[in-house]
Design a protein around this ligand. Structure first.
Ligand code: MRU
Length: 356
């Protein structure tokens, strides 16, 4: 059975967009309506939507929202620039905007609004198919590992690269969901992913899907890998450079280092829309610095079930908050895309990106 998102991460709602507000998860499930360009830009910036493929699709929806009353050249340029400035690292955002620009700029303003919705919808539907293909290719890795073990295959992931990050089954978690469909036993180590705690989203997803998993503090990953309790590490990516260096959520690099030291395979799973062949290597990937407050305070539920934010750090503590790191290609066993499994070095040759 093809994977169906239990709750759509992004959908068209008349002349607006409906998103699942991820800033409230895993505590509350609320849909938010985005009716304007500014609301779409805010949703991306504030991480109401997050995850590279979902950010890209939301940006495409944002262009359609922007053109409702005015589809002039100036308005289109303003929409593209506003959305491009929301988050720097995930290249899917720029990929989606470039695609919208290429589709809309040659058209007369009167036809742009409908065409924008059609293109945004195409991006949404294609991502669902892309995730499914990543799942089909990736499950082969899990099948091979399962053949060598009695118990479940022990997968470690980082951040959230599941259905919440995409328009389909996810990227890193797509093989896990495919394995579940095929009756292959899998257990997932889920790292918390401070400071935004996207690991909690992963734990929530896996619980909803009935996939065995265990939440760990980020710092526990090295010990588990070294002790032989992890068969494979699979993470997503926000931008893969031409040489295979891959940016992903902060903390990914440490897992790759530990995996290499222990001889555990480390895979990146990402759509080709995350591959930036114009970016030569990891040093050229822009790394987002987010608000220090995300490190200094944390959100959770009080004992009486109220959603609350509490400060962790002493007054006036300084904090730095780089949101991504780069795993060098030499630490990556393989990159899974919709076109199959490739080594970082051979990605361009094996999987020519239809977009660049
Ligand atoms: O800051 P986020 O939550 O948008 O970042 C997302 C990630 O870095 C994820 O780890 C993911 O692997 C990339 S998107 C599938």
């Amino acid at each position: 059975m093809p994977f169906v998102q239990p709750f759509p991460t992004l959908a068209r709602d008349g002349d607006a967009a409906a998103i699942l507000d991820q800033t409230l998860l895993p505590y509350r499930r609320e849909t938010r309506r985005l009716a304007t360009l500014e609301e779409a830009a805010h949703a991306i910036r504030a991480m109401q939507v997050r995850g590279a493929p979902l950010i890209g699709a939301t940006a495409a929806f944002g262009v359609a929202l922007a053109l409702r009353e005015d589809a002039s050249d100036a308005r289109l340029a303003h929409a593209l620039a506003t959305l491009a400035a929301t988050r720097p690292t995930a290249v899917n955002l720029h990929w989606a905007l470039a695609r919208m620009r290429a589709r809309l700029e040659p058209l007369a303003p009167a036809s742009r609004h409908d065409a924008a919705w059609a293109e945004a919808e195409a991006i949404r539907v294609e991502d669902r198919e892309t995730c499914a293909a990543i799942g089909h290719h990736g499950v082969e890795l899990l099948l091979a590992l399962a053949a060598r073990r009695d118990g479940p295959v022990r997968v470690m992931t980082h951040c959230n690269a599941g259905w919440l990050a995409t328009l389909g089954a996810g990227t890193a978690l797509a093989p896990v969901y495919e394995a579940r469909e095929r009756g292959i036993g899998v257990h997932v180590w889920v790292s918390e992913t401070r400071p935004r705690n996207q690991g909690l989203l992963t734990a929530w997803e896996l619980r909803e899907a009935g996939v065995a998993h265990t939440l760990i503090a980020d710092n526990a990953a090295g010990l588990l890998i070294a002790r032989g309790e992890v068969d494979v590490v699979i993470t997503g990516a926000d931008r893969v450079a031409a040489n295979g260096d891959s940016a992903n959520k902060i903390g990914t690099y440490l897992k790759a280092l530990a995996a290499r030291e222990a001889g555990v395979p480390f895979y990146i799973a990402a759509p080709l829309s995350t591959v930036d062949f114009a970016c030569p290597d990891g040093a050229a990937i822009p790394i987002e610095d987010r608000d220090a407050d995300e490190v200094l305070a944390v959100q959770g539920l009080t004992e009486d079930g109220q959603l609350a934010r509490v400060r962790l750090a002493p007054p006036d503590a300084a904090a730095a908050n780089p949101a991504f790191d780069v795993t060098p290609a030499r630490l990556i066993t393989g990159i899974l895309t919709e076109c199959g499994l490739s080594t970082p070095e051979r990605l361009r040759e094996q999987c020519p990106n239809p977009w660049t």
